[in-house]
Design a protein around this ligand. Structure first.
Ligand code: HPA
Length: 234
């Protein structure tokens, strides 16, 4: 019963799935944290794995970058494979000066410039929110694991490289947005529409206000923290 972009058999994908952008992150995470791992998707090298974490079945699927790509996988995971809980694990650029590299953010909502919203909402503005149950569980898991988190709104953009960078983010900063990434708005929107639950857990990879950036080595600890929180939701 493959879908257009996923070649998995029926039942090959778990009810709860972690969604990193990078498919090699999906592979690395599955190999690091899961037991009895099976790769269920290689179409376009957008790798997907199912295995067990502390005895519980979970999948990890690469989505690619950006809402156009994420939207395809989220649609197919929910509609064809009946996935119930979708947890993005990724990075964001911080929009508040006090947020340091590696800071973990639990996204309550995703504002953004999702082009597809013109089609979905005919010019009106939908407030895309995370699922409260997943958000609460992630917060509680972070407390148990003694990982500091910020909870708040983020911004999802279709455009990594804006034409006019000057003051691009000022109004979003003023409205308390913590960071910018490129995936969560469509994830939250489609999850609500298709009857699934979604959450985004992000780590700060760069700070757009202070100009501080990080190497992938710097990000390793916070990446592990984020994955542990996400896996506690299984
Ligand atoms: N912009 C968009 N997405 C991102 C960024 C950014 O600065 N950093 C990490 N994801």
């Amino acid at each position: 019963m493959a879908s257009f972009h996923i070649e998995a058999e029926a039942g090959a994908i778990a009810e709860t799935i972690l969604l990193p952008g990078d498919p090699l992150r999906a592979k690395h995470t599955a190999q690091t944290f899961l037991e009895d791992v099976v790769c269920y998707n290689r179409v376009r090298n957008m790798l997907g794995y199912t295995g067990y974490y502390k005895g519980k079945r979970v999948s990890i699927q690469g989505t690619g970058m950006g809402m156009a790509s994420v939207g395809i996988y989220v649609n197919e995971l929910i509609s064809t494979y009946d996935v119930k809980n979708l947890i993005r694990v990724g990075t964001c650029g911080a929009l508040q000066a006090h947020l340091e590299i590696g800071q973990v953010i639990l996204a309550m909502s995703a504002s953004g410039d999702l082009g597809a919203n013109h089609l979905y909402f005919e010019g009106m503005h939908y407030a895309a929110t995370a699922d409260f149950d997943l958000l609460l569980k992630a917060y509680q898991a972070a407390q148990r694991l003694e990982v500091d988190t910020y909870q708040g709104g983020i911004f999802s953009t279709d455009t990594f490289y804006g034409e006019e960078e000057t003051e691009r983010w000022d109004k979003w900063i003023k409205h308390g947005i913590l960071g910018v990434e490129m995936e969560s708005q469509v994830l939250f929107t489609l999850a609500h529409r298709l009857g699934a639950k979604a959450l985004s857990i992000l780590t700060v990879s760069d700070n757009l206000i202070t100009g501080v950036t990080s190497s992938s080595q710097d990000r390793e600890q916070s990446y592990m923290d984020m994955m542990r929180i996400a896996l506690e939701l299984v």
